[in-house]
Design a protein around this ligand. Structure first.
Ligand code: AMP
Length: 218
């Protein structure tokens, strides 16, 4: 089963993609995570992407499309994948169509997590993750049981994304509204889009998503 997860920054795509990955045995493909790995590794691609990401803009379509195409060819994607953060522009959506045709693959569900813009800024600027196990927390909405100690692994080191500050979040929302929001209309017009209420509690959002993809559950 192959899925696309759409929705603005901070809508919970990453959290829900991880849950879908566990429940359905399919792989989360987050272009944001892939780019952050490139930045961390100090590659040429990472150096190109770093500044754009920190300003809240979008990395070039060519780079993203070739990165995703190579990733989908890997063995672990055979059982299925969840596209998280891709496609983000109309040229990316069109390239994805062609790419899937060439590979003999198709998307089973396009899922959109709907949230209010005002909630997004608050959600993103308060979030941080455990450096050891990657579990996510929030200053207000989800704090560890013991202050400064990860509930999952006991780790004591946490990080915030460089682009999770208010100014950059507003730019990311602009980029979303201008370049990514039209993609929802594109899939809606094809009759392929299903929306879920992203303002609900995390478990409720997961239930809504599982209800839609449930019949394909592996
Ligand atoms: P994310 O982790 O999805 O919020 O992505 C973080 C940043 O990576 C974005 O603000 C963009 O700068 C870049 N990025 C991630 N995915 C894409 C994409 N599909 N197209 C262009 N830029 C992307």
């Amino acid at each position: 089963m192959n899925l696309i997860l759409l929705g603005p920054p901070g809508c919970g795509k990453g959290t829900q993609a991880k849950r879908l990955q566990e429940t359905h045995g399919i792989v989360q493909l987050s272009t944001g995570d892939m780019l952050r790995e490139e930045v961390g590794s100090g590659s040429d691609l990472g150096a190109q992407a770093k500044e754009i990401m920190e300003s809240g803009g979008l990395v070039s379509d060519d780079i993203i499309i070739s990165m995703i195409s190579k990733r989908i060819d890997q063995e672990d994607c055979q059982a299925g994948f969840i596209l998280d953060g891709f496609p983000r522009t109309m040229p990316q959506a069109e390239a994805l169509n062609d790419m899937l045709d060439e590979k003999g693959l198709r998307i089973d569900h396009v899922l959109e997590i709907e949230v209010d813009d005002s909630a997004v800024v608050k959600r993103i600027t308060g979030r941080y993750t455990c450096d050891d196990c990657g579990v996510g927390y929030h200053d207000e909405f989800k704090t560890p049981a013991v202050d400064g100690v990860c509930d999952g692994c006991g780790g004591t080191s946490f990080s915030r994304r460089a682009d999770d500050n208010e100014e950059t979040v507003r730019e990311r929302l602009n980029a979303y509204n201008q370049q990514t929001a039209p993609i929802s209309e594109y899939y809606r017009a094809k009759g392929a889009l299903a929306g879920v209420d992203g303002m609900a509690a995390i478990d409720d959002v997961s239930n809504q998503l599982n209800e839609i993809v449930g019949s394909n559950r592996g």
